[in-house]
Design a protein around this ligand. Structure first.
Ligand SMILES: [Zn+2]
Length: 105
């Protein structure tokens, strides 16, 4: 799966997790992340025809730092590569995240 960013990104340098469900930044990303679909957009952005894509079909975005992981890799328990890092302060991401929170809480 090749990741195509849907929002502004920050540079990353071949970062890999320790495989314990934590992001490179130390946040427990298994529980504290936003689900993104295969197109890289936060999954609530695709309300039709399905209400939500299965989170397993895509990516997890760390809510603390914006690093992006493949869900299947994250759940494997193995060291996992960061595929990208979203700029959490970019207007496009902030707008998408606001809608995401409204539809998922
Ligand atoms: Zn993080």
């Amino acid at each position: 799966m090749t990741f195509a960013p849907a929002y502004l990104t920050l540079p990353t340098a071949h970062e890999v997790t320790t495989g314990d469900g934590k992001c490179v930044c130390g946040n427990y990303v298994m529980d504290d992340s936003s689900a993104a679909g295969p197109d890289g957009r936060l999954s609530n952005q695709m309300l039709a025809p399905e209400p939500r894509l299965s989170p397993d079909a895509g990516y997890s975005v760390c809510n603390d730092c914006g690093r992006v992981y493949v869900n299947d890799d994250l759940e494997s328990g193995e060291p996992t590569s960061v595929v990208a890092r979203y700029d959490l302060d970019s207007p496009d991401y902030l707008a998408a995240r606001l809608i995401y929170v409204q539809h998922n809480l």
